[in-house]
Design a binder for this molecule. Structure first.
Ligand SMILES: CC(=O)SCCNC(=O)CCNC(=O)[C@H](O)C(C)(C)COP(=O)(O)OP(=O)(O)OC[C@H]1O[C@@H](n2cnc3c(N)ncnc32)[C@H](O)[C@@H]1OP(=O)(O)O
Ligand SMILES: O=C([O-])CC(=O)C(=O)O
Length: 374
């Protein structure tokens, strides 16, 4: 793993542009947003402060933060036409398809007609995405039309309140801040690159984000937190997990929530969310999921030198907060929309259409054959 060559496949190791937003693995295992270390941000900041940092370029003052949060809070009302569309989506739909459709429909209803509107459109998405997933989920699963205007002060608490129909505890609100901060931004990952490619054609902001949601959906990217949950809930004890994992490795199966395209030895987000998962395990009196997750981490490192990425301990942490597995990746969307749109703004500010070349591997020349002779 450690000595892996960064060859051409997957554009690995190739610089595809510039950014002032984020460094990934620049100082070994480090991660920074606009120069601030992820550990400092996750320890001290609210998610809205980090959103402000990414989207407005600096950490807000107390007054700026209060104004920003008040603005986001004022944008939580969902258009009736969007509610109607969400009500048409069946309960067995993939929640990332719900997010994709919700974002796209919002673009139909509140189109970005000029780039001067970009900040308002971004704030609206940030404010409304938690409601899009919760409105659909509660309607399709419980037959309830929820109120999307809770009095919660933060995006994370607003999400939990809509999902569970009650105010979350302080601990759960704090974990949501941490989780949304950890997921907010990650340089030129697949979904962000999707957004930048779309932005480079001078397309609208909803198209950029809709495309990014599609890229994040895959199990090799954002979908891994759900796949990790499906893995750990198969086991009743840590020993059972070890045996199961050894079998999977022998069969050369991929273990979701492990490995990374850029980090080589660890993902700095893992140690942070792991700590919160442990606290939540204590809170709910868990004696299975957390020890199973820890054993998976030990076995993967011992056998393959593969480490947990940001997704692995998110699975147990979300589960302990009563969040259904199918909503894990939409939470990633609620957070990463900040990173995606900050990149779109950056791309627009210094744009050239992204259009790489390919090495041709097809036939040199082919002779035309009339259809009746083929
Ligand atoms: C928030 C995020 O998006 S983080 C990523 C979430 N995704 C996952 O957790 C999915 C599981 N992990 C993976 O599929 C990969 O590690 C990726 C997609 C994250 C990175 O892919 P790559 O950069 O191609 O991985 P890398 O080159 O380091 O892989 C080296 C070898 O380790 C193997 N490997 C990497 N990750 C894993 C894993 N999770 N389980 C088993 N083997 C693995 C690869 O198969 C590869 O072996 P090979 O060369 O014989 O095919
Ligand atoms: O950087 C990547 O390739 C994937 C990742 O961890 C992220 O997007 O958070």
């Amino acid at each position: 793993m450690v000595d892996k060559k960064l060859g051409g496949a997957g554009l690995r190791g190739q610089v595809a542009g510039e950014t002032a937003l984020c460094t990934v693995g620049k100082t070994g295992a480090g991660l920074t947003y606009r120069g601030y270390d992820i550990t400092d941000l996750a320890t001290n900041a609210q998610f809205e402060e980090v959103a402000h940092l990414l989207l407005r370029g600096h950490l807000p003052t107390e007054q700026e933060l209060a104004e920003y949060k008040a603005k986001l809070k004022s944008l939580r009302e969902m258009p009736e036409a969007l509610k109607s569309v969400l009500e048409l989506i069946p309960a067995d739909a993939h929640p990332m398809d719900v997010m994709r459709t919700g974002c796209s429909m919002l673009g139909n209803l509140e189109e970005e007609k000029d780039f001067s509107e970009q900040d308002d459109k971004i704030d609206r998405m940030l404010a409304l995405f938690p409601a899009i997933i919760c409105y659909w989920y509660r309607f399709s699963h419980d037959g309830v039309r929820i109120e999307t205007n809770t009095d919660e002060d933060s995006i994370g608490a607003h999400f939990l309140h809509m999902l569970h129909g009650k105010k979350p505890s302080e601990l759960h609100e704090k974990v949501m801040h941490v989780s949304l901060i950890l997921y907010a931004e990650h340089e030129f990952n697949a979904s962000t690159f999707t957004a930048r490619v779309c932005a480079s054609t001078l397309s609208d902001i909803h198209s950029c984000v809709t495309g990014a949601i599609g890229s994040l959906r895959g199990p090799l990217h954002g979908g891994a937190n759900e796949a990790a949950m499906e893995l750990i809930e198969r086991f009743k004890t840590a020993d059972e997990a070890e045996e199961g994992l050894m079998g999977m490795l022998a069969r050369k199966e991929k273990i979701m929530g492990f490995g990374h395209a850029i980090y080589r030895e660890s993902d700095p987000r893992n140690v942070i969310i792991k700590e919160w998962s442990e606290k939540l395990a204590e809170e709910v009196g868990d004696t299975v999921l957390y020890p199973v997750s820890v054993r998976c981490e030990e076995v993967m490192w011992r056998e393959k030198k593969l480490f947990c990425n940001a997704d692995f301990f998110h699975a147990s942490a979300y589960n302990f907060m009563g969040i259904p597995t199918k909503l894990f990746t939409p939470i990633f969307v609620m957070s990463r929309v900040t990173g995606w749109t900050a990149h779109v703004k950056e791309q627009r500010a210094n744009n050239r259409i992204i259009r790489p070349s390919a090495d041709y591997t097809g036939p040199e020349s082919a002779e035309w054959v009339a259809i009746e002779n083929r």
